[in-house]
Design a protein around this ligand. Structure first.
Ligand code: FMN
Length: 196
């Protein structure tokens, strides 16, 4: 049984440098670190690849940048994912990254980037619903390719007003909700890799 820290990869479905979803998952990530997790933080553009086209893949294979993300996914035990809601659903950037990561590749097990990994989902939006409508869709996609999405998720409403310039969350309820997700993901992932 592995006796080590759970490794979590932080991915935001937003490409924006000032993304509120990135800020939200960072608050959760700090809580996960306190709960014993090691965090690998992607940069916003680390998930930006050409729109998936099977003709391109047939001609030139999976882009190097997508292969680099896949390597980080394979090393991770779980994912902490920021899920901006675009028109009631997952962002194109996040879905495209998932599509590239799901493709078969020489020397790998099918869906190796996803199977037996955990994930926690957080949405953040300036609106009143906090981007909650994209969460079931993202959960369904990831569950369908073998990732154990934890039962708890969190949608942060009014997200444009709760982060200070240094990224700290100034709203107690919001911070508690985000931290709960990070802590839960760290604890559940630790239990799974320990075989409990
Ligand atoms: C194409 C598009 C569609 C959007 N659709 C929604 C939506 O359905 N619900 C919502 O709450 N916000 C929606 N928004 C607003 C985003 O939630 C807002 O831009 C948010 O800041 C994006 O997350 P980010 O800051 O992490 O990039 C949309 C924004 C864009 C660009």
């Amino acid at each position: 049984m592995p006796n080590r820290s759970p490794r979590l990869l932080l991915i935001s479905g937003s490409l924006r440098v000032e993304s509120v979803n990135r800020k939200a998952i960072e608050v959760a990530a700090i809580a996960a670190e306190k709960a014993g997790a090691e965090i690998d933080r992607t940069d916003p553009l680390d998930i930006l690849f050409p729109i998936y086209n099977q003709d391109d893949e047939d001609k030139t294979g999976i882009p190097d940048k997508a292969l680099a993300l896949r390597e980080r996914m394979k090393k991770a035990d779980g994912f902490l994912i920021g899920c901006p809601e675009y028109n009631g659903s997952i962002t194109g950037a996040l879905k495209n990254a998932i599509d590239w990561a799901s493709r078969p590749h020489d020397g790998e097990q099918p869906l190796e980037c996803f199977r037996h990994k955990t994930a926690a989902l957080i949405a953040a939006s300036g609106g009143k619903l906090g981007g909650i409508r994209g969460l079931p869709e993202t959960r369904r996609i990831l569950s369908g390719i073998g990732t154990h999405v934890i039962a708890f998720d969190f949608a942060l409403s009014g997200a444009n007003d709760v982060f200070a310039a240094d990224g700290t969350c100034t709203d107690d309820n919001a911070r508690a909700g985000l931290e709960r997700i990070g802590t839960s993901l760290a604890e559940i992932t630790a239990a799974l890799i320990a075989g409990k």
